[in-house]
Design a protein around this ligand. Sequence first.
Ligand code: MN
Length: 475
Amino acid sequence: MKLKKYNEKRDFEKTSEPIGKVKNEKQNRFVVQYHEARAKHYDFRLEHNGVLLSWAVPKGFSYDKKVKRLAVKVEDHPLDYINFEGIIPKGNYGAGTVQIFDKGNYKPVWDMEYGLKKGHLKFVLFGEKLKGEWSLLKTQNENWLLIKSDDEYSGREEQKLTKHKNPFSNCEVQLATLSEKIPKGKDWIFEIKYDGYRMLAFCEYGKVKLFSRNKIDYTNKFPQLLKELKTLCEKHSFVLDGEVVAFDENGRSDFALLKEKMGEDEGNLYYVVFDVLAFQGEDLRNRSLGERKEFLKKLALNEHLIESAFVAGKGKECFALAKKMDLEGIVAKKISSTYNGTRDETWLKIKCRHRQEFVIAGLVTTDKNPVLSALILGYYEGDKLIYVGKVGTGFNAKNRLEIAKKLKKIAKKPAFFENFPKFNNENVIWVEPKEIAEIEFAELTKDKILRQPSFIALRFDKDAKSVFLEEKHEG
Ligand code: MN
């Protein structure tokens, strides 16, 4: 069976090389890949009968017609290998860097099957660097000789590997829109929402620059990550998007911890990479997220550079898990979306809601009826009552009446908020601040006002004076 050998040699959980499948394509393509494995060599591959016939050529191609270069026939490779470029991780077959040296089409001078049987192939290459007629001549076992024919190209200078610079050196980051709904369908993937520094990494042949989302240069703030990025991009160029984070003992990213560790304990910081915006000179921002995730795999991130895990199409489950783990939230991304560098609906952040008790300081009623439209809430900071917002959802018709009735009995003027809010044009009834309501909410705004609060229940088991702000949930 074709490609059996190829598949046997590789663990596709560990390498980003394509899985070997025979394809019914007939394009007569060729590729030459420069492979910096234990021994550096060029891999020469010719498309034939749904696979790539392959030879390892230690010294590469010579344009000198008198030079015979050794070419060792190796196992057939799948057609998808034509586009393969990347890092095969340590410990894997062929570990090292693979770069495309040249690719294009070829035309056999005589029938390939006949040539293979005879041990003598002749073909014309139509590449960028490799042009003209060449032949492969079998000597013994798997050893062949690669020889340039005498034509208009012979005698030409040997071509060098091209370096691909990044197509841009700064860009706008893609931002997520806050959403309450978890999108459904297979076109969405879900990732953890990390709490750290959003960071773009511009990496080019051993040189690295790090920029925050507002384009502040962070290059020298994370020495360990910088070192690892430089190693990673020794042979390549790429632009990464991710978040620099510190993980707490439960594996959650923790912004406070990150600030603590910066500068003193930077060995414990991680760069969680979730996107790649350019690779080997190609701008990938107009490619789909799904394709960009494929490019990300080629980089073989390791140590403190880690790939952000994602799950396809299981938003509800992810969100439940995130809640259970007490994470900040999840981010939903549309697989088919391009990277626009804006805040649009293709990236959504869904925050895990928080829950705590607050003191009821008043109620807002509808005009004439004693029906509750919202509760006015606060918490204590010492003896001071601090306003935290209103809640108008989570009630039903029955408790809107009941709660209003109950509260009216303890009406009192006025409630003493430290940060006294104005309620123009509203029917506000202030009450003695002693009743407690349990509230679920998305987060606190920067001004420490509840965002998306929802009423759960009245609580009777606590002293109002013991109600304080439990956590600072700043967005
Ligand atoms: Mn190789």
